[in-house]
Design a protein around this ligand. Structure first.
Ligand code: SF4
Ligand code: SF4
Ligand code: SF4
Ligand code: FES
Length: 521
């Protein structure tokens, strides 16, 4: 049996084994896109490159047979750079949005298309869960938000944006009215305590997400009631107080300690908090800056000084967020700050390095041509937008209709796509070799299986798998150069091409090129 050494670990393997086989046996993970055990390697992706020490060459591990005494490097900077370049070459003619435009437009980065899909399917329970993963006060924001998500909605360039904010409000109102409203799980008590100065949108949101991570929270509010500028700046017609009170109550019932009519306006009061709690969060709004000297934190005209990405002041265990650091800002920005600062405080309390919330890797389509927009519109309901006055509400059927106007812009494979995940891991730049040239296209509408040629990396796996079917028409590549695409003979559709093996073909596809149409599932 030949022996091979990978990253200084040696193993004997059967004759005919590949470098990838040996790496698997050693527990060394090598990324692969176009390879699937049991099928012929097409070596089209080159993401599995490793370095052969004998000649210094980079070789695809999935197709390189072992010779006795082989020495391989799989984790050097050179190998990583080569894998990154391989990914960037694949991305250079990739046509797809990993994440919908509204994800980037919403300061809280809510998964809007998922919420809309759930509402379209009358699944209120999961819709509120999706919303509250990122927004602690959706009934409140549903009434006062300036809707940056709708300004960024792709549909607005065809007719009108999807009514994201009203639909979110509907789900939140239904939840508030329900006998058993949604309550997130809270982790076991961490033994850590956080004092939050200010119970406006930032402080309330921070408490909501910190409690879910198991940290005890005390909300300290100078006025008689919780709510901060939500109560002080918004008139009761725009936001009925019972809605505000009910949504605050949902947060407090996560076992948040509350102390009202307590102003932390002296050095002594602040230092007592710093000594008694593991972290102090300043979420006291724009007035906080006036107390910066008392609290021994640095400030500028705008607000308390922090490291922008981590919300940490120079005092280490003192954090600040919302309009206390930004000056006047959108309510949704304040609420989003509350969620983000909770993540940073959690890292601090867990003894981890405090880092900025991770920026996801994203292939992006950018501006669409008219025919590309038509491809999106073909998959969505054509009903016109229905605009509500402040007092009106959608019926449950209208909610489904309005939700179905969503173009489902993000990729079905997001989160499970190996091209996306490896691109994030190796820091691939999707625009390194220029911006996209290919057209966005969805083929197969009307059938169960849809195919997006611009996301196909031509790995051949679906073709090989479909060829095993006795009944299906099979698949093959047609065209030349950049225009090569997976097609079905005799003008058949993709359902007929893959037959009973469609699910296996889709599972093997390393990207989001091939998938079951959610509307027919
Ligand atoms: S196929 Fe993968 S990389 Fe491409 S858009 Fe979808 S998730 Fe992103
Ligand atoms: S159409 Fe839907 S997924 Fe696309 S940007 Fe608008 S809300 Fe988001
Ligand atoms: S559609 Fe087929 S050839 Fe294209 S990436 Fe998916 S499995 Fe590979
Ligand atoms: S070349 Fe080896 S996995 Fe693609």
């Amino acid at each position: 049996m030949p022996a091979i050494t990978i990253d200084d670990q040696t193993i004997d393997v059967p004759d005919g084994s590949t470098v990838l086989d040996a790496a698997n046996q050693l527990g060394i993970e090598i990324p692969t896109l176009c390879f699937l055990k049991g099928y012929l390697p097409s070596t089209s992706c080159q993401v599995c490159l490793v370095r052969d020490r004998a000649n210094g060459k980079l070789v695809p591990s999935c197709a390189t047979k072992i010779v006795d005494g082989m020495q391989i490097d799989s984790e050097t900077a050179e190998v990583h750079a080569a894998r990154r370049t391989a990914l960037e070459l694949l991305l250079s003619d990739h046509v797809g949005d990993c994440l919908a435009p509204c994800f980037f437009a919403c300061p809280a980065h809510m998964d809007i298309p998922l919420m809309l899909r759930q509402l379209g399917g009358h699944d209120l329970h999961h819709a509120i869960e999706t919303i509250k993963r990122d927004i602690a006060i959706p009934a409140v924001l549903g009434r006062i938000c300036t809707k940056p998500c709708e300004k960024g909605c792709r549909r607005s360039s065809a007719d009108d944006p999807v009514s994201v904010c009203e639909l979110k409000r509907y789900a939140a109102d239904q939840d508030l009215a329900a006998e058993q409203s949604y309550t997130p799980e809270c982790a076991a008590d961490s033994g850590k305590r956080v004092a939050i100065i200010g119970a406006g949108p930032t402080g309330l949101s921070a408490a909501y997400y910190l409690r879910q991570r198991g940290h005890a929270c005390r909300l300290i509010e100078a006025t008689k009631q919780l709510g901060g500028r939500l109560r002080l700046e918004i008139d009761p017609v725009t936001m009925p107080r019972e809605t505000l009170d009910a949504e605050i109550a949902q947060i407090v019932r996560l076992d948040v300690d509350v102390e009202t009519e307590t102003a932390v306006d002296s050095r002594e009061a602040f230092e007592t908090l710093v000594e008694s709690y593991d972290v102090v969060l300043i979420a006291a709004g724009m007035d906080a800056v006036k107390l910066a000297d008392e609290w021994s934190v640095e400030s500028s005209r705008r607000g308390i000084d922090i490291t922008r990405e981590t919300y940490q002041t120079k005092r280490g265990n003192v954090f600040a967020a919302g309009s206390a650091v930004r000056g006047k800002c959108l309510f949704v920005r304040s609420a989003a700050d509350g969620k983000e600062v909770a993540g940073c405080i959690d890292q601090f309390l867990s003894g981890e390095t405090v880092t900025a919330p991770a920026k996801p890797f994203a292939s992006r389509l950018g501006r669409l041509a008219t025919d590309e927009m038509k491809q999106f519109l073909a998959g969505a309901a054509s009903v016109p937008v229905q605009i509500l006055t402040k007092k009106e509400e959608y019926s449950s059927d209208q909610v489904a209709d309005q939700s179905d106007r969503c173009l489902s812009c993000g990729c079905v494979a997001h989160g499970d796509c190996r091209l996306e995940n490896y691109s994030a891991r190796y820091g691939a730049d999707p625009n390194r070799f220029g911006t996209r040239q290919g057209k966005y296209e969805v083929v197969g509408r009307g059938g169960k299986v849809l195919f997006e040629p611009g996301k196909c990396i031509k790995c051949e796996l679906c073709i090989q798998i479909a060829s095993e079917s006795k009944n299906a028409l099979g698949l093959s590549f047609v065209g030349r150069g950049f225009d090569v695409r997976v097609s079905v003979p005799f003008d058949g559709n993709y359902d007929e091409g893959m037959g009973e093996l469609a699910a296996r073909c889709i599972a093997a596809c390393p990207t989001g090129a091939l998938y079951f149409d959610r509307k027919t599932e």
